[in-house]
Design a protein around this ligand. Structure first.
Ligand code: FAD
Length: 476
């Protein structure tokens, strides 16, 4: 019998669980990707780097399959209708896909399963996008972990080459169903425009992911030192590729795990980050209500945020008067990426300096981040807002100036994204308002700065934030 592999966030033809199982079980295997209108119609900005990234990556995959006389069938419509219709058209007995852990995706897959069942066809789902899923790692009491360190220890204790081996998909590619070249809808026909993706030279597709990973492997031993400095090329920049599955998590974790066996500290810290990724997926899987905007910790549900709209707008636009915050937000707006240290700084600043609901920031990131992933984004925001599992305690409040001095000491990152401050010296650039280094505020010295004064005073906001949390946290 024949089968259809439905690709979603796994745009590759190698080390792919669903593809491997389909090829092994069936005489002929088709592959399809749907530009799902249920997702795309919700995107308000029609110049969306993610849609273009997917489009470019799907095109690469099409070419790879065409070279083997097969093809990737690319559709545009509601996936929950398109997939059963395609399965009928192709007369396959089963649809294979990799499991998704977001509640909306789980509901979609269930709907597809039912439609297929009514037609006498099956849906088979596989673990692919994480190392361990669902209930694979539980506490001794059989409960999901809510604290990272013991989760990580249990994860590392279980991790072995067995779980990290690649699915040898390539051995069976002869089972791909031959197809004449299929047309692919243009980006504009999907209702989207080109973005600055090409101008940024962000490598897309399977080849782009390998290129980034090979580059990172040259630097991985320094990761633990370099990863906190946004002006340094210290991180892997693989998040968008992990998001859309142009590279396999097993391949990445395997390489890192092997290096840890030889005592490579950078690789160990990087593997740790991949485990954070698994952690947040398992948190979401066990707490699907998070997608409705609930706080992970119920006692933090009633925080009375000020939600002052002009401050929110200043934050979004990178016009708060705090250089490190503004540089970070402008990086996000201009590129769709933001360094992890900066994500922590701007999230803390929005919630604990501007006293704005973390859900507003979460939503803004969801629109802008090219690597947006509900689980990691919600986890990151709730961590910063102290409402999450294993979050920072509410009284830990980042000081944007000292964070800036510590993690961008020469102001290199700030100068790149806030060019109007580029002429300031290294001491002035972190806090042009402050008297600390220059007797009095640069603003009061009559220095012409085409840059806003700070929207708030950190010392005052710090006290207000403490009060807001103390007064509003309901006892358990
Ligand atoms: P590297 O440092 O090279 O890390 C490698 C990979 O590990 C990343 O690609 C990512 O898949 C994973 N990872 C690293 N840190 C984390 C983390 N804290 N939580 C979960 N996974 C992690 N990451 C996303 O992928 N999507 C998001 O929407 C997202 N939103 C965030 C929001 C906030 C407020 C915060 C504080 C963090 C968020 N992160 C998110 C996590 C992290 O910032 C990014 O994964 C990282 O900056 C991506 O860059 P990189 O690939 O170079 O990371």
């Amino acid at each position: 019998s024949n089968a259809l592999v439905w690709l979603r966030r796994d745009l590759r033809d190698h080390d792919h669980a669903a593809l491997y199982h389909a090829l092994k079980q069936h005489a002929q295997v088709y592959l399809a990707f749907v530009f799902d209108t249920e997702i795309l119609d919700a995107l308000t900005d029609k110049a969306d780097r993610r849609v273009e990234f997917i489009w470019e990556s799907a095109r690469e995959l099409k070419q790879a399959l065409q070279a083997r006389g097969a093809d990737l069938i690319v559709l545009h419509g509601a996936a929950r209708e398109e997939i059963p219709a395609l399965a009928t058209r192709l007369k396959v007995s089963a649809v294979y896909a990799n499991r998704d852990y977001e509640p909306t995706a789980i509901a979609r897959d269930e709907a597809v399963r039912q439609s297929l069942a009514a037609l006498g066809q099956s849906l088979f789902l596989f673990k692919d996008q994480v190392l361990f899923e669902q209930d694979e790692i539980l506490t001794q009491a059989g409960k999901p972990y809510g604290v990272f360190t013991p989760y990580k220890n249990a994860h590392l204790a279980k991790l072995s080459p067995f779980y990290l081996q690649a699915y040898p998909t390539e051995k069976y590619l002869g089972q791909l169903a031959p197809l004449p070249p299929q047309a692919m809808p243009a980006l504009t026909s999907l209702g989207f425009e080109e973005t600055n993706l090409k101008a940024m030279r962000l490598p897309t597709g399977m080849a782009g992911a390998q290129q980034l990973f090979n580059d990172f492997l040259q630097r991985i031993s320094q990761y633990h030192d370099a990863r906190n400095f946004p002006a340094i090329k210290g991180v892997s920049y693989l998040s968008v590729h992990l998001r859309f599955g142009t590279i396999s998590i097993r391949q990445l974790a395997h390489a890192a795990w092997q290096l840890t066996q030889t005592g490579n500290e950078g690789a160990a810290i990087w593997l740790n980050e991949l485990i954070w990724r698994d952690f947040y997926f398992q948190v979401l899987y066990h707490r699907p209500d998070l997608q409705q905007g609930t706080a992970f910790k119920a006692e933090y549900e009633g925080l009375a945020f000020l939600n002052h709209q002009p401050w929110f707008e200043a934050w979004c636009a990178g016009q708060t008067g705090f250089p490190i915050v503004d540089a970070a937000m402008r990086q996000l707006n201009q590129t769709g990426y933001m360094h992890n240290r900066l994500r922590m700084i701007v999230a803390s600043f929005l919630v604990k300096d501007l006293l704005i609901d973390w859900r507003w920031g979460e939503q803004y990131f969801a629109q802008k981040l090219i690597d947006f992933d509900f689980a990691a984004n919600n986890g990151g925001w709730q961590w910063a807002a102290s409402t999450g599992c294993d979050a920072q305690p509410y009284f830990r409040i980042f000081n944007p100036q000292s964070q800036s001095e510590k993690f961008d000491p020469q102001g290199k990152f700030i100068r790149k994204y806030v060019p109007e401050l580029a002429h300031l010296n290294d001491d002035q650039i972190h806090a042009p308002w402050a008297a600390k280094y220059h007797k009095q505020s640069l603003f009061n010295q009559g220095v012409a700065l085409n840059y806003p004064r700070p929207v708030v005073d950190h010392a005052i906001q710090w006290e207000q934030a403490l009060r807001l949390y103390k007064n509003n946290v309901k006892p358990k």
